[in-house]
Design a protein around this ligand. Structure first.
Ligand code: SF4
Length: 365
């Protein structure tokens, strides 16, 4: 494993007034109109922010000095500062640690898979949902990310990839935090990703992953953004799910199946049920049979994810490789649903959400 490489010192950010990052084209137009500038200035700003990934207003050299000065008096670019990057030696993934303007930190992961370059972005600092198998849960909830801070992670990863003449092709909101509990910022960031050249990532290549917040699923469906939805299931009985994921006290598996059906009815896309396989916890053949049966009740896909135990102390273990295949076969025996095993890319760089943060702050690192 490569050492954690400090990249650049955290930058001082301007006072937290209007953040340009996260503004949509009509909002940029309204801003330049208020400032008495011509509409084409909004297109220039948009290009600097999203296509050229400018980090500060002063670097926008084709804008007049007076416009830049006035803009800097009203607004800032609240972009996260890339503090560390770690790449696994197998070339499967890279992990990024960002420092936010207020000193908080979040992580993102870039996953290499053939020609696909998937950026896994965080939506909150920490998470309040307390899933027992998750490193981020240990932080607790600290604060929501802004749309600009979500987009900023994507832009920084894009800068790194551009040096290799590559670009981000897919986005999953599956890093730190529960995206559906920060819906306003998440929806805005998705709109920017879809609409604005630069990120330019279509809805079909964006996936929102939820621990199973049912009202949020209904809301996302009606936002008509045409994004994919992944629901972390992780158990086939409500009793076990409540032990692993406290949110299951609020929403049962039946509720999740109903929400998945609703999502399909409104958006026309099958949801993916994610199932983190933990040895001796949820990987029995009875679990496999129940998972297969559940999956037949709604239009869906299944994704089995062997637990990622690297990087921090955890009581959970990854099942043996032969058992993972046996579990998958047992699911397939009762269900025709497409079932994939997605190994946790970048196990060597602690790719499960929250692990790099934990290592970075732990004296035992
Ligand atoms: S798994 Fe996701 S929802 Fe659960 S605590 Fe971790 S970040 Fe939050």
């Amino acid at each position: 494993m490569d050492e954690l490489v400090p990249l650049n010192a955290p930058r001082a950010h301007p006072a937290p007034h209007l953040d340009l990052l996260g503004l949509l084209p009509p909002e940029l137009e309204a801003l330049v109109a208020v400032m008495g500038e011509a509409p084409y200035r909004a297109r220039q700003l948009q290009s600097w922010l999203y296509a050229r990934a400018a980090r500060d207003i002063g670097s926008m050299t084709d804008l007049s000095n007076s416009f830049r000065r006035e803009l800097a008096g009203r607004a800032c670019i609240g972009r996260p500062a890339l503090e560390a990057c770690r790449e696994d030696q197998g070339g499967e993934a890279a992990k990024f640690l960002f420092r936010l303007p207020d000193g908080e930190r979040v992580e993102s992961v870039l996953i290499y898979d053939g020609a696909r370059r998937t950026a896994c972005l965080s939506s909150q600092v920490g998470c309040g949902l307390g899933c027992t198998f998750c490193a981020t849960a240990r932080m607790g909830f600290r604060r929501q990310l802004t749309a600009g801070e979500i987009i900023g992670q994507l832009l920084e990863i894009g800068v790194v990839l551009r040096q290799r003449r590559e670009r981000v092709t897919n986005v999953v909101l599956m890093g730190m935090g529960e995206p559906l509990l920060n819906l306003e910022a998440v929806l805005r960031s998705i709109q920017v990703m879809r609409l604005v050249p630069g990120p330019g990532i279509g809805g079909r290549r964006i996936t929102v992953s939820t621990a199973g917040h049912v009202p949020g699923i209904h809301h996302l469906a009606r936002a008509r953004l045409n994004v994919g939805l992944a629901i972390s299931l992780n158990a086939t009985t409500d009793e076990l799910r409540r032990q692993l994921m406290p949110i299951a006290h609020q929403y049962s598996i039946a509720d999740l199946l109903g929400a998945a059906q609703d999502y399909f009815d409104v958006v026309g896309r099958r949801v993916t049920f994610e199932y983190v396989l933990m040895a001796g916890v949820n990987d029995s053949l009875e679990d496999a049979g129940r998972l297969g049966t559940l999956s037949r009740r709604v239009p869906c896909k299944l994704n089995l994810i062997p637990y990622n135990e690297s990087g921090y102390d955890t009581p959970y273990r990854r099942p043996a490789a032969h058992w993972i295949q046996r579990f998958r076969a047992a699911v397939a025996a009762v269900s025709p649903v497409q079932t994939t095993v997605r190994d946790s890319h970048g196990r060597g760089i602690a790719a499960a959400c929250g692990q790099l943060y934990q290592q970075h702050r732990s004296p035992r690192r």
